[in-house]
Design a protein around this ligand. Structure first.
Ligand SMILES: CC(=O)SCCNC(=O)CCNC(=O)[C@H](O)C(C)(C)COP(=O)(O)OP(=O)(O)OC[C@H]1O[C@@H](n2cnc3c(N)ncnc32)[C@H](O)[C@@H]1OP(=O)(O)O
Length: 185
């Protein structure tokens, strides 16, 4: 029988109050609390902590405080990842981000969902859908990336966008719901 962690990662409904999941979330809370208190002058210390929190990273990574996530272990970022102030990544499913990606302030990447069925939702069950972002992307301030979205390479997301669907390479997308604003090369 699959564990609640396995169900969570495979997009099935799972119980977030499972002991293993609660312990993993507690660990992530403690690490992010520590990260957010480390001075920006202590870059190697911040980098070490992020590497111990995330599933995988490139060599160069910088994340401003405050940063928040659910589990950390389900976040995989490439080389030269940068996230500005107040980034929130809710990683109940995998979040995979390529190389050379920039997050502006207050970007939200959300993988969790709650059932629309009232009884199921009240029961506490949740589900997650992965988010994938390609190489060389720039996500503008206050943009929200919804569960299940895949963005290609060289995608610019305008500030304030709510991205509800997937988009391919070389586009600027924006608005709510996000649409292609223009092609870029
Ligand atoms: C690490 C960090 O990133 S920190 C930096 C934080 N900065 C940001 O978050 C800024 C993000 N930048 C944006 O959102 C920009 O507007 C961009 C990159 C999406 C577009 O830039 P440009 O192509 O130069 O757009 P430009 O200013 O010429 O506007 C083109 C049209 O898009 C509209 N537009 C511009 N920004 C947005 C937006 N965020 N949402 C919706 N529409 C927008 C403009 O109103 C204009 O509309 P019009 O043609 O009807 O007049």
């Amino acid at each position: 029988m699959p564990s609640e962690f396995e169900k969570m990662l495979s997009g099935q409904h799972y119980n977030p109050f499972d002991a293993e999941l609660m312990a993993l979330r507690k660990n992530a809370r403690q690490l992010t609390e520590q990260l957010n208190q480390i001075s920006m002058s202590e870059i190697p210390k911040r980098t070490r902590l992020i590497k111990s929190l995330f599933g995988s990273t490139g060599k160069h990574i910088y994340i401003e405080s405050n940063f928040r996530c659910d589990y950390g272990v389900n976040i995989h970022v490439g080389e030269n990842f940068y996230a500005n102030f107040d980034c929130v990544i809710l990683d109940v499913a995998e979040v995979r981000i390529g190389d050379n990606c920039l997050m502006a302030p207050q970007v939200g990447i959300y993988t969790p969902g709650h059932p629309l069925d009232r009884k199921e939702r009240v029961s506490g069950l949740e589900f997650g859908l992965p988010v994938t972002i390609g190489d060389d992307c720039w996500i503008g301030g206050h943009a929200v990336i919804n569960p299940g979205v895949t963005l290609g390479d060289n995608v610019v997301v305008a500030s304030g966008a709510v991205v509800t669907k997937s988009f391919g390479d070389n586009v600027v997308i924006g608005g709510n719901p996000a649409r292609v604003m223009k092609q870029i090369s």
